[in-house]
Design a protein around this ligand. Sequence first.
Ligand SMILES: *Cc1c(COP(=O)(O)O)cnc(C)c1O
Length: 346
Amino acid sequence: MTAATLTIDLDAIARNWTLLDDSSDKATTTGAVVKANAYGLGVARVVQALQAAGVRIFFVAEAREGLAVRRACGDEAEIFVFSGHMAGDAPLLARANLIPLLNDAAQVARHFELLADHPFGIQLDTGMNRLGMERAEFLALRDDIMAAGPALIMSHLACADEPDHPQNAAQLHAFREMTDGLEVRRSLAATGGILLGPEYHFDVTRPGIGLYGGLPFADARPVVNLSLPVIQTREVRQGESVGYGADWRAERDSIVATLAAGYADGLIRAMGGRAMLWADDTPCPLVGRVSMDLLTVDVTDLDDIPASLDILCDLQTIDDLADMAGTIGYEILTGLGPRYKRVYKG
Ligand SMILES: *Cc1c(COP(=O)(O)O)cnc(C)c1O
């Protein structure tokens, strides 16, 4: 049996990075967020494609991910770690030359004690209340931190995908109030922040989802295609049911195709009865419940039944599928399972 195939367009990723890079001025350096295995798409290949497009600054969530990026990109690029300097990380930070973004006074103390001459950055909390030093904590340490020469000071916006949300301006104000006048590179914007405009760009931007073809970057070129082979087809008489719970019943004599992927592959049950599968540009409804390894699809209206149908393609993007499943494109992407054969284009 041919495998379900996830095709990843590296040229589209590079193109999306260039478009985002062009959205800020030359003085701003556009980095790339490649955490969670480059949002599920394969960190080594994605890092190499981005590096070839011009990326010199990468961001990951944790130190071990940074090691994989270092192996892929060689010695030159800067690699920042959002979770900062966690207990036990010092040898890895040193060996892979990773720059932890220190999140509180305890991390600052740990870093200055264990890796005094090793580069670091600072993450500030400006209102998201997730990661980073709070204002008072930062101000108390600011002179010591600045004397040690941080490589970057950053913060993260909670509502950047909603341009009119008042928290964007509030966080921008808080960030400036804590950092204006300091001799250090600054970073505030992820994909959504880049689109909010130049006052959010500062020295370095950190796009993630936009590189991989997702909203809020509406101009992104789609990056993934997911094609699922048909295992068998059957005739289902009017009134017969299909799948677990006998949830779907044929309203007419139908042809139903059974495809080789299911919720164990990240095609979550919530898309059952809502998503479409595509035979080129013809949509075929997903019917019945999603099983662990299988989907059932109404292909009655197709003249010819192809060897495979697409669930992600230019006509049904990660965000379209996410809407149908009550989630977001980020979760669809990072959930794409290890059983797919991954094929890289470009
Ligand atoms: C994940 C993440 C990003 C990238 O966000 P996107 O919305 O995917 O562009 C940037 N900064 C931080 C701190 C993150 O956690």
